[in-house]
Design a protein around this ligand. Structure first.
Ligand code: SF4
Ligand code: SF4
Ligand code: FES
Length: 318
């Protein structure tokens, strides 16, 4: 049975605004992938339809696009799994990127953030003769197996709501790559890498888990938590992000609850007079609404059990 591709069309060289073309596919079964359907449309119906692809096997990462509002690899998405009730599929370029031509986007911001990480091993000694084998134990390697599957398709970057509001944010893939080198026992630049990714707004991650929808099951979100922990372990705590994480953990560990008064002061910085003056209007509004949090909190019953969780997880606190 026929189905329709509802395709975003735009050429930055000639078009002021985008438009959409509907292309009917009559002689391909629904078991093919969205990429197969696009290839067919280009070969048989309109040769000007433009998209990126190479491997057609979910390996190269080049065919990431928005399919019915969700970004993913077109070569890994069967047509039948995404057909809408009117038997159409909307295909659009990845969000969070500038469109270049049809489904092809400008990838420069993504690659810039990746390149800034210096994404290659930097061991302590140069070993230019390659005389020494740098061995990694299976246990140390286990930590890197998932992230090694990343094909830099940028699906997670396109899905990240923080990138959409603040393009300066490194994004999930770059942070996952920072993790890949921070956790590699052969690398010698742990602190420098932690500092670099902190400068690229690591702490803006809102832990929304949108990037867990990764076609290669990398799940950058877990790596982001590990990288934040690494920056704290490296002593990079003089910024609102790490201060906030540490003071939240401290108050929950001490009382079993979030002690908001202490969290605000701790995040802004106890001796940051200018910062504290800035948040004062919020305190006044809360007081006027009768919602001022208590100055002191009594620990909840069985708070020892909460403290045991912190100790078991070896969670850093102030
Ligand atoms: S982490 Fe997953 S979604 Fe993100 S770039 Fe790598 S493979 Fe793509
Ligand atoms: S968990 Fe963080 S990096 Fe991942 S999508 Fe959400 S905000 Fe972006
Ligand atoms: S074409 Fe290579 S990942 Fe889809």
């Amino acid at each position: 049975m026929a189905y329709t591709l509802d395709i975003f069309r735009f050429d930055q060289a000639t078009d002021e605004v985008p438009h959409r073309d509907r292309v009917e596919i009559t002689d391909l079964p629904e078991t093919v992938t969205v990429l197969d359907a696009l290839e067919h449309a280009k070969a048989e119906i309109d040769g000007s339809i433009t998209f990126r692809r190479s491997c057609r096997s979910a390996i190269c990462g080049s065919c990431s696009m928005n399919i019915n509002g969700t970004t993913g690899l077109a070569c890994k998405t069967p047509v039948r799994s995404v057909l809408r009730s009117d038997r159409s599929i909307a295909v659009d370029p990845m969000p969070n990127f500038q469109p270049m031509k049809d489904l092809v986007v400008h990838m420069d911001p993504f690659w810039d953030k990746y390149t800034r990480l210096k994404p290659y091993l930097q061991p302590a000694d140069k070993d230019e003769e390659h005389a020494t084998e740098r061995r990694v134990s299976p246990e140390d390697m286990k930590k890197l197996v998932a992230v090694a599957n990343c094909v830099l398709c940028a699906t997670c970057y396109a899905l990240c709501p923080v990138v959409s509001v603040d393009p300066a944010f490194a994004g999930p893939a770059a942070i996952a790559y920072a993790y890949r080198f921070i956790e590699d026992v052969r690398d010698s630049k742990r602190k420098e890498r932690a500092a670099q990714i902190s400068d690229d707004y690591l702490w803006l991650c809102a832990h929304c888990y949108a990037c867990s929808y990764c076609p290669k099951h990398v799940d950058p979100h877990d790596d982001i938590i590990a990288v934040k922990r690494a920056t704290i372990e490296e002593g990079l705590t003089d910024a609102p992000g790490p201060r906030h994480a540490l003071v939240v953990a401290k108050t929950v560990k001490a009382t079993g609850m979030l002690h908001e008064t202490e969290v605000i002061q701790g995040t802004v910085g106890r001796f940051n007079i200018r910062g504290l003056i800035k948040v004062a209007p919020l305190g006044i509004r809360l007081a006027l609404a009768g919602k001022i949090p208590p100055l002191f909190l009594k620990p909840v019953p069985k708070v020892d059990e909460i403290r045991t969780i912190f100790e078991t997880l070896e969670a850093p606190t102030l």
